[in-house]
Design a protein around this ligand. Structure first.
Ligand SMILES: Cc1cc2nc3c(=O)[nH]c(=O)nc-3n(C[C@H](O)[C@H](O)[C@H](O)COP(=O)(O)OP(=O)(O)OC[C@H]3O[C@@H](n4cnc5c(N)ncnc54)[C@H](O)[C@@H]3O)c2cc1C
Length: 387
């Protein structure tokens, strides 16, 4: 820890997850004097181990060498078993493990002499000399703080769905997986009311894969419900005898509510806490990379480390319409995704899901999606506004 006589740090980064880790990686070895705070391993506040997937022409930000697996083909399977399979060339769909990323970031920080403080931040208090970062055993003062701690999900939006899933890494007796192809969405599962459900398969060999059952819906299942749904998906997709190697669960809020700024002056929210999760997909990793790039660049030129808005207004509006149409059961989510992948080049759809498409591509995507439900959703909004 830098001694107090050196004055306040330039920056404290609260949390060493995707956002904190991505930024810390970029800042290590620069002129910015900073520290990172992450709860100790035994703390209940610490984020669980995650598998992060991302796609694109280049590597996933600075973590390219850590990619645990990648795929050059993608498939989407409709409820009736019809399959859309596409080459991703020259793109790749890539998988990172949060444990690998955290270990690499810690190593880099240690080499650069940047402290990673084991602690649970309880309070951030602004004073004349900077922001005091408080918690048990914590005593940091920093001019600015980037806070990535999870926040309560804002309830001020039109729609809130939860993306919730059970994933199990399994090893099968028979060689049932195509290790070159990721199954992004397999809709051969019963669909929930006001939501959508699908299988997601990340194979790492003919015998091994992370197989997930995922729902976007208003309510969580109980343990038996996830287990049943997961087994049902395995049955319907023809995956037979297997052993379970690991398990991963998650709940990701999908909302069109704005994420409010941090109330304490000098503190900026960052990552999922700042709305980085894309409302229509639950993906956040690439938005977090964009934010981390911008914050690192701002600090390098002596500016304020304010994370930019993670998603553009047009994409957020499109997401909001999709979320509402699905939640109100106007739009069958499985049909939407199958149509998008059937009627568009794969890079256009993935570009949209990542927030990198321009107006022309977005209009083409809208024209290729079921128009009736979307128009009814727009009309419903207009009626509510005038009524
Ligand atoms: C299971 C799961 C899988 C996901 N998979 C993908 C994916 O494949 N692709 C994708 O794009 N997105 C994915 N997401 C969405 C998103 O990318 C992740 O949620 C990502 O981890 C968000 O990064 P973050 O840094 O904002 O939050 P986190 O990664 O949760 O980081 C927050 C950090 O703050 C720490 N912390 C918490 N409380 C305190 C405290 N009081 N004091 C100090 N530190 C604290 C936590 O331990 C954690 O390290 C996934 C989400 C989940 C839940």
């Amino acid at each position: 820890m830098p001694p107090p006589e050196n004055g306040p740090l330039d920056l404290a980064v609260v949390g060493l997850g995707a956002a904190g880790g991505s930024l810390a990686w970029r800042l290590a070895g620069t002129a910015t004097r900073f520290a990172v705070v992450e709860p100790p391993p035994a703390s209940s506040r610490r984020t669980q181990v995650r598998t992060w997937c991302t796609w694109g022409p280049a590597g996933p930000g600075p973590f390219g060498p850590l990619v645990a697996a990648s795929w050059s083909r993608l498939r989407v399977v409709a409820a009736d078993g019809a399959e859309v399979q596409r080459s991703l060339d020259p793109w790749r769909y890539r998988m990172l493990r949060s444990t690998d990323v955290e270990a690499a970031v810690r190593e880099r920080l240690t080499a650069a002499g940047v402290p990673v403080v084991a602690g649970v931040v309880e309070d951030l208090v602004a004073g004349p000399a900077g922001v005091a970062v408080r918690g048990e055993g914590l005593d940091l003062l920093a001019r600015r703080v980037l806070d990535t701690r999870p926040v309560p999900v804002p309830t001020t939006g039109r729609t809130l769905l939860l993306q919730h899933f059970l994933g199990r890494r399994i090893r099968t007796q028979d060689p049932v997986f195509d290790a070159g192809c990721v199954t992004l969405m397999d809709f051969r599962v019963p669909q929930p009311r006001g939501g959508v459900a699908f299988g997601y398969v990340l194979p790492t060999s003919a015998h091994e894969a992370l197989v997930e059952y995922t729902e976007f819906s208003p309510d969580l299942l109980d343990d038996a419900g996830y287990d049943d749904a997961w087994r049902e998906y395995l049955h319907r997709s023809g995956i037979g005898e297997h052993e379970v190697l690991e398990e991963e669960r998650g709940v990701i809020p999908m909302t069109d509510a704005p994420f409010p700024p941090h109330p304490v002056p000098g503190v900026f929210r960052f990552g999922a806490a700042a709305g980085a999760v894309r409302p229509s997909t639950g993906y956040a990793f690439s938005a977090v990379q964009r934010q981390a790039d911008a914050v690192a660049a701002a600090l390098a030129r002596g500016g304020e480390p304010v994370p930019p808005r993670p998603h553009g207004r047009r994409h957020l509006l499109m997401d909001s319409l999709v979320l509402e149409a699905v939640a109100r059961s106007r739009l069958a989510g499985d049909e939407l995704f199958v149509q998008l992948f059937t009627r568009n080049p794969v890079h256009r759809v993935l570009g949209f899901l990542d927030g990198s498409t321009g107006l022309a591509d977005d209009l083409r995507l809208m024209a290729s999606s079921p128009r009736g439900p979307m128009l009814r959703t727009v009309a419903g909004r207009a009626r509510r506004r005038s009524g």
